[in-house]
Design a binder for this molecule. Structure first.
Ligand code: SF4
Ligand SMILES: [Zn+2]
Ligand SMILES: [Zn+2]
Length: 327
C-alpha cells in the first residue's frame, strides 16, 4: 500500500479513511485530526492553561506530545494509584516522557493524599477496583486542576473508549450517563463556595486506539504496554472487543456510532438527572448532585473514603467485590 499523500511506501493503513500513510504523513494526519477536533468542539484557546491527565500509556502520552507540538501550554498530571509494579512502571514512563520533552509534570499519590490505594479501597469497600479507581481519578483530577489554577482538564479517551462507553450506556440505558457523554463538559462553578467542576475535554475522540499506538511507536515514545492487573472484570474491555469485530467487518462503524450519537441523539439526554441540584459537599466543598437540598450533601468520594478509612482503622474488610458493570 502507498501513502495517500506522497505515494511512498505506507507504514499504516486506516481502513475507515480508505487511506495509507508513510511515517511523516501519518504523524501529520493524526496531529491534524486532533487539531480539527479541538477546533470543531471549541475545546480551548491557545492561551488556556491545560492539565493533561497522563497514565504512562500510549493514549495520554501521545496526546500530550501532540498538544506540546501544537504549541499549547500543557502540563501533565500523574496520579499514583498504588497498584504495585504497574503503578511504578506507569509513573516512570510519565516522568521520563516529561524529562525528554522538558515538560512540567505534577505527581500526586492516592496513598499520600488520602491514606488509601486502589487495591485497598476495593478490599475495604467491596467495590470492584475500576469503580473506586474511576471515582478517585475524577475527584483528584478536578482537585488538582482547581488547586493548580488550570483552565481545562484534558484526558486521553480515544474513539474506542468512547464507543465502548456509549455501547455500555445504551446496553443498560444509563440515560444519566448518556447525558454526560460528550467531548466537552463545560465548567460548573459554585459561586457561594468558590469551587467548581473544571472544564473537561477529550481531543482524541476522532482517533482510534490502534492509531495512538502507531503514533507513539513512530514518535519513539516509551509508553507502558502492560495492562493494569486489576482490569479483569472490567466489562468495557469486552465491549471494545465486540466493537472491534464489527469494525473489522465494516470499517467506519465506530466513527458512525459515536459521531452519529453526538449529531442525532445526545441532545435528547440531559446532563443533570431529573430533580437534582448541584451543591457543595459538606465535607470537602466539591460540587455534588443532591435530590433533597434539606439534607447535608456529602459527595460520593467523601462517603467512600470515610467508609474505607473507618474499616481500615477497625481492621475489617468488606465481602469480595461482585463482578458487575464498572464503566
Ligand atoms: S483497569 Fe481499573 S483499576 Fe486499573 S487503572 Fe484502569 S480503572 Fe483503574
Ligand atoms: Zn507520505
Ligand atoms: Zn466531598
Amino acid at each position: 500500500m502507498k501513502c495517500k499523500v506522497c505515494r511512498d511506501r505506507a507504514v499504516i493503513d486506516i481502513r475507515r479513511h480508505n487511506a495509507g500513510f508513510c511515517k511523516d504523513h501519518f504523524l501529520e494526519h493524526l496531529t491534524g485530526q486532533v487539531a480539527k477536533t479541538i477546533k470543531e468542539f471549541s475545546m480551548f484557546e491557545s492561551d488556556d492553561r491545560l492539565l493533561v491527565a497522563v497514565s504512562g500509556g500510549k493514549d495520554s502520552l501521545a496526546l500530550w506530545d501532540i498538544l506540546l507540538n501544537l504549541g499549547y501550554d500543557a502540563t501533565g498530571f500523574y496520579l499514583d494509584l498504588g497498584i504495585g509494579a504497574y503503578s511504578r512502571a506507569s509513573k516512570d514512563a510519565s516522568v521520563s516522557f516529561a524529562e525528554q520533552r522538558s515538560a512540567k509534570l505534577i505527581v500526586r499519590s492516592l496513598a499520600q493524599e488520602h491514606g488509601l490505594t486502589v487495591p485497598e479501597l476495593s478490599k475495604l469497600t467491596g467495590r470492584v477496583p475500576c469503580s473506586g479507581c474511576g471515582l478517585n481519578k475524577r475527584y483528584e483530577f478536578n482537585r488538582a486542576a482547581l488547586e493548580e489554577g488550570f483552565d481545562v482538564l484534558v484526558t486521553g479517551h480515544n474513539l474506542d473508549d468512547e464507543v465502548a462507553t456509549l455501547f455500555g450506556n445504551v446496553l443498560h440505558w444509563n440515560v444519566d450517563m448518556l447525558g454526560r457523554q460528550a467531548p466537552v463538559l463545560e465548567e460548573r462553578a459554585l459561586e457561594e463556595s468558590g469551587t467548581a467542576l473544571v472544564r473537561k475535554v477529550k481531543p482524541l475522540v476522532r482517533v482510534a486506539e490502534r492509531e495512538t499506538a502507531a503514533y507513539a511507536l513512530l514518535r519513539g515514545i516509551d509508553y507502558i504496554v502492560e495492562e493494569c492487573p486489576l482490569v479483569e472484570g472490567n466489562v468495557q474491555h469486552r465491549y471494545k472487543e465486540a466493537i472491534t469485530l464489527l469494525e473489522e467487518a465494516s470499517p467506519g462503524t465506530k466513527h458512525q456510532m459515536y459521531f452519529g450519537f453526538l449529531k442525532k441523539a445526545s441532545h435528547r439526554f440531559q446532563q443533570e438527572p431529573d430533580g437534582a441540584e448541584v451543591v457543595a459537599c459538606s465535607t470537602c466543598g466539591a460540587p455534588t448532585a443532591v435530590w433533597d437540598p434539606a439534607r447535608a450533601a456529602v459527595c460520593s468520594f467523601c462517603k467512600t473514603k470515610a467508609l474505607a478509612l473507618k474499616r481500615k482503622s477497625e481492621g475489617s474488610v468488606a465481602r469480595p467485590p461482585r463482578k458487575r458493570r464498572t464503566h
